[in-house]
Design a protein around this ligand. Structure first.
Ligand SMILES: O=C(O)[C@@H](O)C(=O)CO
Ligand code: MG
Length: 265
């Protein structure tokens, strides 16, 4: 397995260039960020020096507590400015994807605005070879967030119909909302652009908690997933002191036949 350090959670106290260097030193194969805090050229330089690809960055969360703008009725102008800013930054820094945050919304109006803004984002990103991601987020952590379920994400992706629009499948959120992870991963796989993980239920280290990631990673290996998996968890103390999971979760000896086939009998 290859891993990406999510710098919104790991080394979040460091400015991005330092955080990228820390991730490279710790043995990560890629990085991903939430919000850029330095000019794109500066981040690009450190990515080139370390050789780490930048898998994704987010559109802005907007005002305090908003968690994104793209599904909000009456905020279309701000949503598109956020998409423009994120895509321009991604193009300059060489990022592979932009994650468009939906925000707190519901119903048909939310759906219609999200579809319109995702069509805009996909068309805006495509000429740069950039993908657009949407992520189902669990309702315990972000009550009222528009996109909560993988099925809903698949329907939206189908309706927009853009080749570069995919799902960010965060195992932590999907486990808290739906469970049945290996089955969901198999069902969503063709529409997944990136995968993240964290311990459940506290979003701590992935080798703690109710979820057996050695098993989940073995499922992913059997499904043929080879992209770096995004470590998006809250470290306990220094990140470097809690990275045993990088080897402990290697899926070598785990048998997955039953679940990968949707369960026996
Ligand atoms: O799971 C999450 O919270 C993130 O992947 C994210 O991008 C929202 O900030
Ligand atoms: Mg996530």
């Amino acid at each position: 397995m290859r891993y990406s350090a999510n710098l919104g959670f790991l080394w979040a106290d460091l400015a991005l260039p330092k955080a990228v260097r820390a991730a490279a030193k710790a043995g990560f194969d890629a990085v991903e960020i939430h919000a850029p805090d330095v000019p794109a050229a500066e981040l690009r330089t450190v990515l080139e020096r370390t050789g780490l690809p930048l898998l994704s960055l987010n559109t802005t969360r907007g005002p305090e507590g908003a968690f994104g703008l793209a599904a909000l009725p009456g905020r279309n102008m701000a949503a598109r400015e956020a998409i423009d800013a994120a895509v321009d930054y991604a193009a300059e820094v060489g990022a592979q994807n932009v994650h468009v945050l939906a925000g707190l919304a519901h119903g048909t109006a939310g759906h219609r605005h999200f579809i319109d803004n995702l069509s805009y984002a996909s068309a805006r990103a495509a000429p740069h070879g950039i993908g657009i991601l949407i992520e189902p987020i669990n309702a315990h952590d972000v009550p009222g967030y528009f996109l909560t379920h993988t099925e809903q994400a698949l329907e939206i992706i189908d309706e927009v119909g853009a080749k570069n629009l995919k799902m960010l499948f965060d195992c932590y959120h999907v486990q808290r909302t739906e469970g049945d992870l290996c089955t969901r991963l198999a069902a969503c796989l063709p529409k997944i652009g990136h995968i993240q993980f964290a311990g459940v239920p506290d979003r701590g280290r992935p080798d703690r908690g109710e979820l057996n990631y050695a098993y989940v990673f073995a499922c992913l290996r059997e499904l043929g997933w080879s992209q770096p998996l995004g470590a998006e968890y809250r470290p306990e103390g220094k990140v470097e002191d809690g990275l045993e999971w990088m080897t402990a979760l290697a899926p070598e000896d785990v048998a997955t036949e039953d679940v990968a086939q949707g369960g026996a009998d």
